[in-house]
Design a protein around this ligand. Structure first.
Ligand code: 0X9
Ligand code: ZN
Length: 332
C-alpha cells in the first residue's frame, strides 16, 4: 500500500486538509508553508517542509518536490504527497531517511496550480484543463469567475501555461504568444502568481535539487529546453537524471529532445539559481488514468522495478541535494 493508504485521487480539499494535519500532528518534523501569492481565484498555495528540527532557522540544503503545474495531470500531485507521508513515517525508523532529515530539508508543494486542478478534478467539462485561470483573450481580461465555465482546450483556451511563464529563457521558440494556445507563456516572465510563488519560495531557501512532476511519458527530463550551445557542462546534472531513471525505469534525456520549451521551472532553476531541476513525466500514456497503475505502481515500483519506483528516485534526488558527492559522481 501507499504510505498514506489512499486508493483514489485526492481532491484539492484533501490535499489542503492532509498538509495541515501532517503539520499539526508532527510539529517537530513538519511545518506548513503558505506561499506568498494568492492565485487569480484567491486561493493560497500550501506546502510542507519536512526535517528533523524543522522549526530551526538554518541553511541546510533543500530538496524541492512539486506537482500539478498542469491541472489535468493528477498523478503528479499524488506522488509528491505520498513522498511527504513516506518521509514522516520513516523519519525515526529508517536510518537512510533519518539522516536525510537531519542533514537537509524536503519541501513539498503538491498543487502548484490549485485553480486549474480544482476545475479538472471535478471531471466535468473542464476535465482536460491544463493552464491556470488567467482570463486574457488577447484584447481584454475577463472576470476570473468565467474560469469555471470557459473551456481550456481546443482553439479558444484561456489561461497561461504555468510551465512556460518562468523567467528562464522566457519567450521565443518553445512556447506560444497566442492566448488560446496550450503553451501560452503569458504577457511577461513571472506574470502569474503560481510562478512567482515558486520563485519566491526557492529564493527563501537553499534549494539544490528540484523535481517538478508531470504526466505523461515515463521520462526524466533536464535542461536545456531548447537545443543549442547552452547545454550544461556539469556531469552531475546528467548523472543524477540517469541515476533516477535507473530507479523508476523512465528514460533520462535533455528536455529539448522531447520538444522545445522555454520558461519551464527547470530551465529557470538551473540557469538562474544553479539548482539541478528535473521534470518527471509519470505514466506511459495518460494524463490521469485509473489510480492503480499511475499512482500505486509507479510510486512504489512494479515489474522489474518492484520496490523502486519514484519513491527511490526521490530518495536519490534528496541524497544528492544534501550531498552532491553522495553517489560518487565526479564532476567537471
Ligand atoms: O510541456 C511541458 O510543460 C511538459 N510536458 S507536459 O506534457 N506534462 O506538458 C514537459 C516539460 C519538459 N521540460 C522541457 N521540455 N524543458
Ligand atoms: Zn505537464
Amino acid at each position: 500500500p501507499l504510505p498514506s493508504g489512499r486508493i483514489a485521487y485526492r481532491t484539492l480539499g484533501d490535499y489542503e486538509r492532509e498538509l495541515r494535519e501532517l503539520a499539526a500532528r508532527y510539529p517537530e518534523l513538519v511545518r506548513l508553508v503558505r506561499l506568498d501569492h494568492q492565485t487569480l481565484e484567491g486561493r493560497w498555495v500550501y506546502g510542507v517542509e519536512i526535517a528533523h528540527g524543522v522549526q530551526m532557522p538554518d541553511g541546510r540544503p533543500v530538496f524541492l518536490l512539486m506537482g500539478l503545474h498542469h491541472a489535468r495531470e493528477w498523478p503528479s500531485g499524488e506522488h509528491a504527497m505520498e513522498f511527504a507521508y513516506d518521509l514522516v513515517r520513516h523519519a525515526y525508523t529508517d536510518p537512510r531517511i533519518a539522516r536525510l532529515l537531519r542533514e537537509g530539508r524536503a519541501l513539498i508543494v503538491p498543487v502548484v496550480n490549485p485553480d486549474g486542478f480544482e476545475k479538472s478534478r471535478a471531471a466535468g467539462a473542464l476535465e482536460w484543463k491544463r493552464k491556470n485561470c488567467r482570463q486574457w483573450d488577447g484584447v481584454v481580461e475577463h472576470p476570473v469567475a468565467e474560469c469555471a465555465t470557459y473551456a481550456d482546450n481546443g482553439l479558444t483556451s484561456r489561461g497561461v501555461d504555468v510551465n512556460r511563464n518562468y523567467g528562464g529563457f522566457w519567450g521565443g521558440r518553445g512556447s506560444s504568444d497566442q492566448w488560446w494556445a496550450q503553451d501560452y507563456r503569458g504577457q511577461a516572465p513571472f506574470s502569474e502568481p503560481e510562478t512567482r510563488n515558486v520563485r519566491d519560495l526557492v529564493a527563501s531557501r537553499q534549494v539544490t535539487v528540484l523535481i517538478s512532476n508531470h504526466t505523461y511519458g515515463n521520462l526524466v527530463l533536464r535542461s536545456p529546453g531548447v537545443a543549442g550551445g547552452n547545454a550544461p557542462e556539469e556531469s552531475l546534472y546528467q548523472a543524477l537524471g540517469d541515476r533516477m531513471a535507473t530507479q523508476n525505469g523512465y528514460t533520462s534525456q535533455a528536455a529539448y529532445q522531447l520538444y522545445p520549451t522555454n520558461g519551464t521551472v527547470e530551465d529557470w532553476a538551473y540557469y538562474a539559481t544553479g539548482a539541478l531541476g528535473y521534470t518527471f513525466e509519470i505514466n506511459p500514456k495518460d494524463f490521469h488514468p485509473d489510480f492503480g497503475s499511475a499512482v500505486i505502481d509507479e510510486y512504489l515500483g512494479h515489474g522489474v522495478y518492484a520496490g523502486k519506483g519514484n519513491r527511490e528516485a526521490y530518495l536519490v534526488a534528496f541524497e544528492t541535494a544534501v550531498d552532491p558527492g553522495y553517489h560518487g559522481v565526479v564532476t567537471g
